[in-house]
Design a protein around this ligand. Structure first.
Ligand code: ADP
Ligand code: ASP
Ligand code: MG
Length: 426
């Protein structure tokens, strides 16, 4: 819904459509029809679009056929092309339906990025061109997932990054809402594709959304929720295929004193790294993790265990996608004597329960561990924060673990929003 600013034009609405929602020309036509139908309510509409269907995956696979480790500048130029196809297709579909529309690449409409190729961050958006087109009554369509640096290099934001574009546009244009339009009805208590009994969450706080997303709930990129939290822009995660409400994420939705589990997230794309026989003296851990930081590699969970004879064992969990860039660093660690051996285990996954005051509530961890134990699933590493308890387990057990933990914390609790829960997929 668009609110009229007193005496001024309507506030901007930003809608982001994901890859599945624009997966075929027919689906692009359906999105165009949806925009036409909502035109009266959204006179100033900016649409961020992902690449069609599995285009980005296909481009990655294609790159692997010509290069052992495709990365960097050329990779970004390649990957950014997927979104360019999608925006121009939607532009054509809208114009064909009599709606004035203009599509832009991020570079054409002032989305400035900084940071490394393949993992850039949006630094600023010069909204003048977008606003001038909105003033002419046009729907403005922008490529998600990318931007341009001050050196005129095209960079991408990391996989799933179109959500970030949507959020950044909403913040820069002071939009009334950032709608994340996707192939499910909203944010669920678990991935509805794996857990059929997952519940649609009508409303969650920004903090809960960030934790759910950061621990693997793919439906929303955590950086998008962080931007909207910072600029206090409400997010509405909803279906691309109908107009029923989905999940609202906004401030003031806090459940600070509750210990209820809002959701269970899983992350398959992690790797466990173990360093054997690390010299146990001050500064070693600092040196190790500085070298990862210098390569912009983030680490999720670190465990250091004392071992014998002034030697320690360090285990950490990182995103699998960074393994290629981390490999030379691991080799250096062994050759320079920081570890006798670096073991990498890719077949690990993480399952997390999320809710406010999690760590401070007795019994939550015990219940989670029992649910896993009852399935005969071994826990490899454990982490906990104020809002989250996470367990690293063997990837092959992940779906079974998810259903068991969801059963323990969600299925057995009466649904406070029973009437709002619909089918998982449209
Ligand atoms: P898009 O292409 O629209 O960006 P994604 O595939 O990135 O869509 O994200 C939507 C998918 O996220 C859903 O199809 C669903 O399988 C998955 N998902 C994982 N966890 C959740 C969750 N907690 N709630 C909703 N969807 C989830
Ligand atoms: N097309 C990009 C990807 O597949 C960005 C996105 O879909 O959000 O990762
Ligand atoms: Mg996505």
């Amino acid at each position: 819904m668009t609110e009229m600013a007193p005496g001024g034009p309507a506030q901007v609405v930003v809608q982001k459509y994901g890859g599945t929602s624009v997966g075929t020309p027919e689906k692009i036509c359906a999105v165009a029809e949806r925009i036409v139908a909502g035109r009266a309510e959204t006179p100033r509409l900016v649409v961020a679009v992902s690449a069609m269907g599995k285009t980005t995956d296909e481009l990655v696979a294609m790159a692997h056929r010509v290069s052992a480790h495709p990365a960097g500048r050329e990779m970004d130029l390649l990957l950014a092309s997927g979104e360019q196809i999608a925006v121009s297709m939607l532009g054509l579909a809208l114009q064909d339906r009599g709606v004035p529309a203009i599509s832009f690449t991020a570079a054409q409409c002032g989305i400035r990025t900084s940071g490394p190729f393949n993992r850039a961050r949006i630094r600023s958006i010069d909204t003048r061109r977008i606003e001038s087109e909105l003033d002419k009554g046009k729907v403005v369509i922008v490529t998600g997932f990318q931007g341009i640096t001050d050196d005129d290099e095209i960079t991408t934001l990391g996989r799933g990054g179109s959500d970030i574009t949507g959020a950044a546009l909403a913040a820069a244009l002071r939009a009334s809402v950032c709608e994340i339009c996707t192939d499910v009805d909203g944010v669920y208590s678990a991935d509805p594709g794996v857990v059929p009994s997952a519940r649609l969450l009508p409303q969650i706080s920004f903090e809960e959304a960030i934790e759910l997303a950061a621990s693997g709930a793919k439906v929303l990129h955590p950086r998008a929720a962080e931007i909207c939290l910072k600029y206090q822009i409400p997010i509405h995660v909803r279906s691309s295929f109908h107009t029923r409400p989905g999940t609202w994420i906004r401030g003031g939705t806090t459940t600070m004193e509750e210990a209820a589990v809002v959701g269970v997230s899983t992350d398959r794309n992690i790797a466990k790294v173990t360093l054997l026989d690390v010299p146990d003296r001050p500064g070693v851990a600092a040196t190790l993790f500085q070298s990862l930081a210098a390569a912009e590699i983030t680490v999720r969970l670190i465990i250091q265990g004392a071992s014998s004879h002034d030697r320690a064992r360090i285990t950490f969990v990182m995103d699998e996608e960074f393994l290629d860039s981390a490999k030379p660093i691991f080799e250096r660690w062994t050759s320079e004597g920081f570890a006798r051996e670096v073991l990498v285990d890719r077949d690990m996954a993480k399952i997390s329960i999320i809710g406010s005051r999690m760590a401070a509530t007795p019994g939550m961890a015990a219940r989670m561990f029992t649910a896993l134990a009852n399935e005969g699933i071994n826990i490899d590493c454990i982490s906990s924060t104020e809002m989250k308890i996470g367990c690293v387990i063997a990837a092959r057990h992940l779906d079974r673990a998810l259903r068991a933990v969801h059963r323990e914390f969600v299925d057995t609790v009466e649904d406070p929003h029973a009437a709002a829960s619909g089918g998982a997929r449209a």
